[in-house]
Design a protein around this ligand. Structure first.
Ligand code: 9MR
Length: 843
């Protein structure tokens, strides 16, 4: 690789070195230039060449150094972006050990060709380890020198460990100031012609200012005055808002100007969001574990299968438990990698796969086969279900086998024994993999998603649907038997803890899914008795993997079911939406999330609040809720304090260095950036990672973000963050047209396995309908048989009834009636609630 070749050059061209192993008094008082030299926060931002895996072992950074390399620079561990000031003297210290003993190289050097070495030492590393201490005077000023340890050149493998790496002296680290571009903040992707169009201006002015909207030719097409909004707590900025919603003409290259600043360009167009849902969903295929990613399907993203039991991988086909946890192994191959790590976590997989299935269940007709360019495309089933199934099969495999302690529960997670460094492609991960103890939360995630899968897969694969329902029932029973087996909050080495000590919300969600799928009394009674059924669950912070009561409530409100207090449940979602609407209206950046400190993954919480607003639109048809969803998306795509989009490939300035071990282009130019449509976690006030801690200390919430691959606490990508992105963008892409029709769908009789139904369609509009097509979808595996008064066809659960020659015209105020016999292999048969007449949803 280029780094190694250049290192050779550097060796040949280095002139004077000043490696003096001496004490380092004076510089000791200076500022620390090394980030995370104590490895208290994992291995970041330390990197290694591809042939080593960095891991923290007993508080030190350790790595197995391969044998058989020729040169010192064939194996390197280092840290970048070390600022040096010419003439300043530095104290360079570290602890190091070698097993067996070895001589290494410690260098401070230029990070690019010719890799000039400003300092070089050859520490003799012993098995017990030594402390090393040097001084050196920087010959140059440089913002981004490297501290590297060259460890190659040994015929035999050995193990290197280091700790307390410190470089003191020089200047105080410079204050980081993000480049936030023009002070007029817009959705850089654009606005829908009929939607709200707002922007935010950052200014010190307190009086209203003129604004101008210009088209692509620079011609002013609209103007108005800003509304001063005072100082916004989430950014610390004095801001005004601009509203140009009255302008509706489609076009590209619009700009907004105010206070002498011009925004980045944006479009106004109807098909603005047509690609985003599919891009957000395409994110999942290259996130798959256990399967080769085909370059033919994802050019530039092809890679070998990860964790299929091929060395150096130590999983995932026969994975043991952590010591003392179980006496069996499980084949848990497959599923999606959670995020930028190689872990697979049932609670997080649960909400992710649920939100994909729920995007599908909201609007089944929008999802078809061949949309996502995945290996299953062309199999006759909607790709979104195929993608979901990849994860579902993994979740099912995490269930404790019969006859074993905690049988029927689900293991909480499976991941590496130690944290690994970046970059590291999945198939190169050498760490042992372990199953962690079963948890009630994981078990209920399995119950909820498998129950949901049972109804959605029924029309396509009855066997899988049956297997899923059986697993869901078993998981439910196991959770009832073990209602408080919580994940250990300290079990966070090598993977995230995902701990949660209140699972009453998971119980509610699982009961809701089981009730919707089966209609059974046990689940109905549980739902009705749960405090989450009636409580105010609409947290300011939104819902996520650890707060899932909202999932249950949203499902019960939108998916047809026979709950006695259904109307109240629906109303409660509208109440939640009203709350978020009020928060959004008060916010000068239009964010339906206003908390003093932003959470880890704040973008996903914001999107989840948009899910509540979108659901209120679905339930009521009230435009204000749809407008709120559209405005909320503006924040994600650029109308924010940092003036950037958080979705890769969307908007002129967008996140592209999300924390990932395989989309690690920032660390290795041979690797790709994350794919188009990848959401970054977003501002996180707690800034847990070293890069954010170095650069963002004291940040106002919206500024607690940096598009750096090492900033895992602000800039990771995850399966549970792309899932609300997919859900919300699918909602936005849905034109959502409404039509003045009303449908009465009534059961006229049912018998074991069958039913007969009459459908009355009323034209309540002012214009006659000439030729009609009515669309609805069934809950599960129902199928239409003989029909009268309409020609009926069915694809999956989606049914289309077309007018016949003689009843195609419905005059205003008139009705047409048709009917059919159907089969219902199992489960409840609730009347569909959403009907589309000629593509527009009946009110
Ligand atoms: O998204 C998770 C966040 O809600 C938690 O506060 C945090 C700490 O437990 O963990 C986040 O999840 C990470 C997980 O632990 C490991 N994989 C990457 C996840 C996203 O950063």
């Amino acid at each position: 690789m280029t780094r190694c070749r250049a290192a050779l050059l550097a060796l040949l061209t280095t002139l004077a070195l000043s490696a003096v192993p001496t004490t380092a008094h004076a510089a000791d008082e200076g500022p620390e230039q090394i980030v995370n030299g104590t490895f208290d926060d994992g291995t970041a931002p330390w990197w290694g060449t591809e042939n080593v895996t960095l891991a923290v072992d007993d508080g030190r950074l350790c790595a197995d150094i391969p044998g058989g390399t020729a040169n010192p620079w064939d194996v390197i561990i280092g840290q970048n972006d070390i600022p040096l000031v010419a003439g300043e003297t530095y104290a360079f210290r570290f602890f190091g050990s070698g097993t067996p003993a070895k001589v290494g190289k410690a260098l401070i050097q230029l990070p690019v060709d010719p890799w000039t070495q400003y300092f070089a030492a050859n520490p003799e590393l012993s098995v017990s380890g030594n402390e090393y201490s040097y001084t050196f005077t920087a010959p140059v000023s440089l913002p981004d020198a490297q501290v590297v340890f060259q460890l190659g050149g040994s015929a035999d493998p050995w193990r290197f460990c280091m700790d307390d790496v410190s470089l003191r002296g020089g200047a105080e680290p410079e204050e980081y100031v993000p480049d936030t571009g023009p002070r007029v903040r817009v959705n850089m992707v654009g606005y829908l012609p009929g939607g709200p169009k707002k922007a935010t201006l950052v200014t010190s002015e307190t009086q209203p200012l003129e604004w101008e909207l210009k088209n692509d030719d620079g011609k002013t097409v609209a103007r108005g005055r800003t509304v001063p909004r005072g100082v916004d707590a989430s950014s610390g900025q004095n801001v005004h808002t601009l509203d140009f919603g009255a302008y509706r003409k489609e076009g590209t290259g619009y700009t907004l100007s105010a206070d002498g600043e011009t925004s980045r360009p944006f479009d106004i167009k109807e098909d603005l969001y047509d690609e985003l849902p599919m891009d957000a969903l395409k994110f999942y295929y290259p996130q798959r574990s256990g399967i080769e990613i085909l370059d033919s399907l994802r050019p530039g993203y092809g890679r070998p299968a990860g964790h299929v039991g091929v060395a150096p991988n130590q999983g995932d086909v026969e994975v043991p438990c952590q010591p003392g946890v179980c006496d069996y192994t499980l084949n848990v191959k497959g599923g999606w990698y959670d995020a930028g790590d190689h872990g697979k976590y049932v609670v997080n997989g649960g909400i992710s796969v649920h939100q994909l299935m729920s995007a599908y269940e909201r609007n089944k007709a929008a999802f078809g086969d061949g949309q996502l360019e995945i290996p299953e495309s062309g199999n006759g089933r909607p790709d979104i279900l195929d993608e979901a199934r990849w994860e579902l099969e993994f979740l099912l495999s995490m269930q404790v086998p019969d006859g074993k302690p905690f049988e029927g529960m689900a293991h909480h997670k499976i991941h590496d024994r130690e944290w690994t460094g970046l970059p590291l492609l999945p198939h190169l991960d050498p760490q042992p993999r372990e199953l962690h103890p079963p948890s009630t939360a994981a078990t209920l995630n399995l119950a909820a998603t498998a129950a949901q899968a049972a109804r959605l897969f029924a029309p396509y694969d009855a066997e899988f649907a049956g297997k899923s329902l059986a697993a869901a029932r078993k998981a439910w029973a196991a959770a009832k038997t073990n209602p408080d087996k919580y994940a250990d909050p300290n079990d966070g080495v090598g993977g995230g803890a995902y701990n949660d000590s209140d699972v009453t919300d998971e119980f509610y969600w699982a009961a809701a899914e089981l009730f919707i799928t089966t209609g059974e009394k046990e689940f109905r009674d549980f739902v009705l008795a749960s405090p989450h059924h009636t409580g105010d669950i609409w947290r300011d912070r939104g819902f996520d993997w650890g707060n899932t009561a909202q999932l249950g409530r949203l499902e019960l409100a939108t998916v047809p079911n026979a709950l006695p207090d259904r109307e109240r449940v629906r109303q409660s979602v509208v109440e939640g939406a009203e709350k978020y609407l009020a928060i959004q209206r008060a916010h000068p950046y239009g964010i339906p999330y206003d908390v003093p400190d932003y959470d880890w993954g704040s973008n996903n919480l914001i999107l989840n609040n948009l899910v509540v607003l979108a659901t209120a639109y679905d339930l009521t048809g009230e435009e204000k809720y749809r407008a709120a969803v559209r405005e909320g998306m503006d924040y994600i795509l650029g109308r924010n304090a940092l003036n950037q989009s958080y979705v890769t490939g969307y908007g002129e300035v967008a996140s592209k260095n999300q924390h990932s071990r395989w989309y690690a282009r920032q660390l290795n130019p041979d690797l790709p950036n994350p794919p188009r449509g990848t959401l970054a976690g977003g501002p996180n006030s707690s800034i847990q990672d070293p890069i954010a801690q170095r650069l963002l200390k004291g940040c106002k919430p919206q500024f607690c973000y940096i598009d750096d691959i090492e900033s895992w606490s602000t800039n990771e990508l995850t399966i549970n963050w792309n899932s609300p992105l997919a859900w919300v963008s699918a909602f936005l892409a849905d034109r959502g047209e409404r039509s003045d029709c009303r449908v009465r769908y009534s059961a006229h009789g049912a018998w074991p396995g069958g039913f007969t139904t009459q459908v009355v369609v009323e034209n309540r509009g002012k214009k006659a309908v000439d030729g009609w097509e009515l669309r609805w979808s069934f809950l599960a595996g129902q199928r239409v048989g003989h029909a009268w008064g309409a020609a009926i066809s069915q694809s999956g659960s989606v049914v289309t009834a077309k007018s016949t020659d003689w009843n195609g015209r419905i005059k205003p105020g008139d009705v047409v009636t048709f009917g059919f016999n159907g089969t219902n292999p199992s489960g409840p048969n609730p009347a569909p609630e959403v009907f589309h007449l000629n593509g527009a949803r009946c009110r």
